[in-house]
Design a binder for this molecule. Structure first.
Ligand code: FAD
Length: 411
């Protein structure tokens, strides 16, 4: 029996391991399917990581190394090249690697930190055959940054999530021509700073309310037809235009890697597609915690590390039997706020609540209410789905509260 097993050795898994160790639990095992620690950061060679955490602009591998170095210094055990196949609610982990074959480990506590994967959904409704030259933006990033291949020279990008924006710049720097980034929604799904630094600075057009309606080419992509969409996101035929290109990159969203979470029988949120958690990131199964992109997709790795430290510390407290879960306050949203993490509060202490909104709203007040009683009202000049927001709840506000609602109201 191990005390703590962490599944996934990305920034979330490493930060959780360090926090658990520093909270007094030293019997920790990180299991990582890749050949080394670091997760998706290893392929993110651009800078922009660590501004909040370290007050510095690091590249992805540099940011990861700060944590890997600490994991090594603490002597935390890591099994790389090890794929976890299953986790049960009573914390039996089944995994496989080349040395041990298929094996099982029982743990007192488990932290799920498997990250997320790219959605492929956006490609399915596009007319045309499936010639070579269609990649997810993350796959193209891996090919360019880790394998040294340029997937194409004339590029159209569908979707304006952060990976798409970053790849627009990356492909341009490598000598490709990025003709346009098409976004179905009337707003970008990416960070404002990425639109400026990755598109505007390189004169790459962002076509909002546009989509790709047809892919041309048999062996290799030869062109794509794009069109503006109406309010119901239906293409407007008279706005169609064909752009010759050899590559279409898809950046149509990320989704938590939640197969193992489902196997562990934790409640999954229909909105985040990750586990439902309390303020300490404990799931609906006692002793099973989740953090990072497997819980909900983050914009910035700094907040992944922060969240994972909360999970690591709480997992240590669970192992040491010092967790106090005396209350049960659900957090509801009004629809304009799409979701919150956590979704439930089980301990009366100061708690940060992270949330995303469902549309772009200007000059609104983020409001937290207990029934009709307003606990917090904070003005925001602008909120957008692509930017994660947070508010801080104070422990003393939670006295006698049965449920909280987070909403956006007129100020
Ligand atoms: C293209 C891109 C650009 C980004 N740019 C920025 C930026 O500029 N600034 C910024 O702050 N943030 C950026 N981010 C966000 C940041 O990189 C992520 O938020 C962060 O890496 C998420 O950490 P994680 O540990 O949750 O997931 P990951 O980094 O994905 O790590 C999860 C790990 O779990 C492992 N794993 C999964 N399943 C299993 C299994 N069954 N068994 C064993 N191991 C498993 C995976 O191999 C992986 O190593 C970017 C992300 C992407 C994808």
């Amino acid at each position: 029996m191990r005390e703590l097993v962490i599944i996934g050795g990305g920034p979330a898994g490493m930060s959780a391991a360090i926090a658990a160790y520093e909270s007094g639990v030293t019997d920790i095992l990180i299991m990582e399917r890749d050949a080394r620690l670091g997760g998706i950061l290893q392929q993110c060679i651009h800078n922009g990581f660590g501004l909040h955490r370290f007050g510095e602009e690091l590249t992805g591998p540099e940011y990861a190394w700060r944590y890997e170095e600490r994991v090594q210094a603490l002597g935390i055990e890591v099994k790389c090249n090890t794929m976890v196949l299953d986790v049960t609610a009573d914390k039996v982990i089944t995994a496989t690697n080349a040395e041990e074959g298929v094996f099982q480990i029982r743990a007192k506590a488990v932290i799920l930190a498997m990250g997320c994967r790219e959605r492929a959904k956006g490609s399915l409704a596009i007319a045309g055959s499936r010639p070579a030259g269609i990649y997810s933006a993350g796959t193209a990033q891996k090919l360019v940054n880790m394998k040294g291949y340029l997937p194409g020279k004339n590029v159209v990008i569908l979707g304006s999530g952060d990976i798409g924006l970053i790849m627009a710049r990356r492909m341009t720097l490598e000598g490709a021509k990025v003709h346009a980034v098409c976004e179905l929604m009337p707003y970008s799904g990416g960070l404002a700073r990425n639109i400026q630094q990755c598109l505007n600075d390189f004169d790459i057009p962002l076509l909002l309310s546009h989509t790709v309606v047809e892919i041309h080419g048999k062996e290799r992509v030869e062109a794509v037809t794009i069109a503006k969409v109406d309010q119901n996101r239906r293409p407007i035929p008279e706005t169609k235009q064909t752009i010759p290109c050899d590559t279409l990159l898809l950046s149509v969203g990320l989704i938590p890697e939640n197969e193992l979470s489902q196997g562990a029988a934790v409640d999954i949120s229909a909105i985040t597609k990750g586990p439902v958690v309390d303020q300490d990131r404990q799931t609906s199964v006692e002793g099973v915690f989740a953090c990072g992109n497997v819980l909900h997709v983050h914009d910035l790795v700094d907040f992944v590390s922060e969240e994972a430290a909360i999970a690591g510390q709480a997992a240590a407290q669970y192992i040491q039997n010092t967790r106090q879960n005396a209350i049960c306050i659900p957090l509801y949203t009004d629809g304009k706020v799409r979701y919150t993490v956590p979704q439930i509060i089980t301990e009366q202490k100061d708690t940060s609540v992270y949330f995303r909104v469902s549309d772009v709203y200007k000059n609104v007040c983020v409001t937290v209410k207990d029934g009709d009683h307003v606990l917090l009202k904070k003005k925001r000049p602008k909120v957008a789905p692509g930017e994660m927001e947070s508010i801080r709840l104070k422990a003393e506000w939670l006295d006698g509260v049965e449920a909280l609602t987070l909403s956006l109201e007129e100020c």
